[in-house]
Design a protein around this ligand. Structure first.
Ligand code: EPZ
Length: 417
């Protein structure tokens, strides 16, 4: 088991460069199989989620070459076969292979995606989309079999603006006959990243980034190039590290528009920062004002930054409220951050944070990716030493986390036991 040991209180200054977005790349890699020949994906973060997806590609007889920060993927001789549970279980986003294999071959077999501790995370809307396109969905000893003799474009309304369902339906419909319309589509930037990749192959997708996406089926998709957009959640996490411990900490390679909901909240709290080209420069302040956040679909406040943001709120003067509207169980770092001295009351999906505390290091456990990120921020800002257990959760979503933090002055080390 891997642990992180962090000695808190160090001032963070220098530059952290943001990597490619995890939530883009986990869809771009499965999408690559839709091309008839070689594709190149640049700016691919080296995280365990990426490695797990490459393992699935290689299992499907798709050679993958990593060339510096790019993946070169050649699906020209791939096989469509059931992906073993042991591989597909490594990450939830393996479910994008359902849409991609269905879209390309008219058939897909995948084990149920791993839920995770933040919520039940059903995929009923993904399956509703596949059925609307003419596929039949059956479940056979905890795997899905999705098959269609012919995929025909259709209008699909999403009851929830689901990121995963929006992307999976795009993947399944690029070769469908006629037009597919996704209504109440999610608008996250990662969806635009995937649509751009598919259009570079020759797909005909319009409206990505809005709540209505049109996909006109085509007969073939060729090899091409695409680039992973910067990870707005990684960027937000390090921006929060700067708000807690920074002294002119520069977060480089960001798209400011993707972070508007966070930066407007930081401005409300009185955090000193400024934008400079593709960077944000941020410093800590002792006069943090309390604020309230409600998570929402993009461009609202991202649920993935809710947990790291709560760490900052423990220092703000006054009482702040956090409303988690996307997932049913996304406060799992709270018991541990309370042990560090935070005063937080939970009631359903609302957290009330009584600020003005100084956290103190202790031994804690990462329960999920962003809870782990929240605990890293707590440890960096705490007095004394914090040990975080189960850091595999964190390392799967933050490329070179330890190196990036060490480079700006953090006292952080990985302990392998
Ligand atoms: C994506 O998950 C992200 N993961 C999540 O990031 C992110 O929190 C989430 O979008 C919301 O922005 C990836 O992109 C790999 P949803 P996804 O479908 O697609 C419900 C992280 O920390 N729902 O938009 O699974 C669902 O239960 C991760 O990087 C259904 O009910 O999220 C949830 O309550 C965590 N039925 C809500 O909708 C469905 O068929 C939003 O889920 C699909 C979703």
């Amino acid at each position: 088991m891997k642990k992180l040991k962090i000695i808190g209180g160090e001032e963070l200054s220098g530059t952290i460069r943001i990597s490619g977005a995890k939530n883009s790349v986990v869809a771009l890699i499965p999408a690559a199989i839709l091309a008839s020949d070689e594709v190149t994906i640049c700016n691919v973060p080296e995280i365990t989620d990426t490695q797990a997806l490459v393992e699935i590609l290689e299992y499907l007889n798709i050679p993958v070459r990593r060339a510096s920060e790019s993946l070169v993927i050649d699906p020209s001789h791939m096989e469509n076969k059931e992906v073993p549970e042991v591989i597909s279980k490594k990450l939830r986003a393996s479910y994008y292979f359902l849409g991609a294999l269905l879209g390309k071959f008219g058939r897909a077999e995948m084990y149920f995606p791993g839920g995770c501790s933040i919520g039940e995370r059903p995929i009923n809307l993904h399956l509703k989309g596949f059925e609307a396109l003419g596929a039949k969905v059956t479940m056979e000893d905890n795997k899905y079999i999705v098959e269609a003799s012919e995929l025909v474009g259709a209008p699909i309304y999403l009851d929830i603006a689901s990121v995963g369902a929006t992307i999976n339906i795009m993947l399944a419909s690029v070769y469908a006959k006629g037009e597919t319309i996704i209504d109440n589509a999610a608008k996250e930037p990662e969806i635009v990243n995937v649509a751009t990749f598919l259009n570079n192959m020759g797909a005909k997708i319009t409206g990505a980034g809005t709540s209505t996406i049109h996909i006109h089926g085509v007969d073939s998709l060729k090899g091409c190039f695409t680039e992973v957009i910067p990870d707005r959640i990684e960027a937000g996490t390090y921006i929060l590290a700067g708000a807690l411990c920074g002294k002119n900490l520069r977060i480089e390679n960001i798209i400011p528009k993707h972070l508007e909901s966070l930066t407007s909240k930081l401005r409300e709290m009185g955090v000193p920062f400024k934008f400079e080209f593709d960077s944000l420069i941020i410093s800590r302040t002792n006069d943090l004002k309390a604020t309230n956040i409600e998570t929402a679909v993009y461009p609202g406040f991202p649920t993935d930054l809710q947990q790291p943001f709560m760490t900052l709120l423990t220092y703000a003067k006054g009482v702040s409220t956090v409303e988690e509207n996307i997932f049913e169980n996304r406060f799992m770092q709270v018991p541990y951050i309370r042990e560090m001295g935070a005063r937080i009351d939970l009631k359903g999906t609302t957290a009330m944070v009584h600020g003005g505390t100084q956290l103190v290091g202790c031994e804690v456990v990462a329960t999920d990716l962003r809870a782990g990120a929240a605990l890293v921020l707590a440890a960096l800002s705490a007095n004394g030493v914090t040990v975080i257990n189960n850091v595999e959760h964190i390392l799967r979503g933050y490329e070179k986390l330890i190196e990036k933090l060490k480079d700006v002055g953090a006292k952080i080390e990985l302990i392998e036991e």
